[in-house]
Design a protein around this ligand. Structure first.
Ligand code: GDP
Length: 295
């Protein structure tokens, strides 16, 4: 399960604190040193980990924590609150413009889970009573259109495609189609590359300019840790994304990406992918994720 190592190590640090009864400032500092190490081992960005534990130390030593009857419990409560805040506070929802359709542009590197998550998101929106339209915007990978049609069929959602036509034209035509046919969400599956390159970024910028998306969601693979965060930073610098879908949280990811994305990019994780099946998508709840990490 994801976060297992981190959860174990935090558990150990807190067990020591709990065994102490009354706490001194150095007890708190020692515990926070352990927390910081655990975060670094989980592949959390160095500065994020350092700032995080500094904030907790300040709060724990500054508030009436040390004088309370259960100081360890209060420190853990602060850690929980700060973990929640670190991952974005309250959960983030998709926007709906005054004049539908909402256009969601899905982007990310090849293999991150873009196509799969376009369909998962479409299915989730459909189950909430919406009428999404999937759009095949990856014209380079020969099997990409077919793949989207397969997962689109699993989701029970129509797929708009124009073969290998210019992706900007496809996106524009898809939005017109959605207006004509009453689709309230247009989900554009864009092309991915193995690495960020200029041609790809220009194409994405052009699509963005042409259809003015309501949301630009970046799909990143949680298993790649800090690399996922670097990718998110680069995409955000170039495209000003509105949120992240963190995929493959069902694997044994150490958790670094989940904990660093918001702090580094300022953009929230909106959804989490938890498996290969069409229903394996969850709204990302920072508070629930924090409680899961703290066990
Ligand atoms: P794309 O190149 O970004 O469009 O990536 P795909 O959607 O084709 O996904 C790449 C691979 O990752 C596929 O084999 C998916 O089944 C798998 N995958 C996608 N999301 C998840 C997830 O949340 N968990 C797991 N375990 N596998 C996933």
């Amino acid at each position: 399960m994801a976060f297992e190592g981190l959860a174990d190590k935090l558990g150990n640090a807190f067990k020591k604190l709990k065994s102490k009864g009354k706490l001194t400032e150095s007890d708190v500092k020692e515990a926070m040193r352990e927390v910081r190490l655990a975060l670094l081992e989980a592949d959390v960005n160095y500065k994020v980990a350092k700032d995080f534990t500094a904030r907790i130390t300040e709060r724990a030593v500054g508030e009436d924590v040390m004088e309370s009857l259960t100081p360890a419990q209060m420190v853990i409560k602060i850690v929980n609150e700060e973990l929640t805040a670190l991952m974005g506070g309250s959960e983030e929802r998709l926007k709906m413009p005054a004049h539908p359709p909402a256009v969601i542009m899905m982007c990310g590197l090849q293999g991150a889970g873009k196509t799969t998550h376009s369909a998962k998101l479409a299915k989730m929106l459909k189950s909430r009573g919406s009428r999404p339209l999937l759009v095949a915007g990856d014209i380079y990978r020969p099997a990409a259109i077919k793949q989207l049609q397969v997962v689109g069929a699993q989701a029970g959602v129509p797929v708009f495609e124009m073969g290998t036509e210019d992706p900007v034209k496809i996106a524009q035509a898809a939005v017109r189609h959605a207006r004509d046919y009453g689709n309230d969400y247009v989900i554009i599956d864009t092309a991915g590359r193995l690495q960020i390159d200029e041609a790809l970024m220009n194409e994405l910028k052009n699509i963005k300019e042409a259809v003015n998306p309501t949301d630009i969601l970046l799909v990143v693979d949680a298993m790649t840790g800090q690399e996922a965060v670097n990718v998110a930073k680069s995409f955000d610098d170039l495209l000003d994304i509105t949120g992240v879908i963190l995929t493959k949280l069902d694997g044994d990811t150490r958790g670094g990406a989940a904990l660093s994305v918001k702090a580094i990019t300022g953009k929230p994780i909106k959804f989490a992918g938890t498996g290969e099946k069409i229903d394996d998508l969850e709204v990302f709840h920072p508070d629930r994720m924090a409680s899961r990490i703290l066990g």
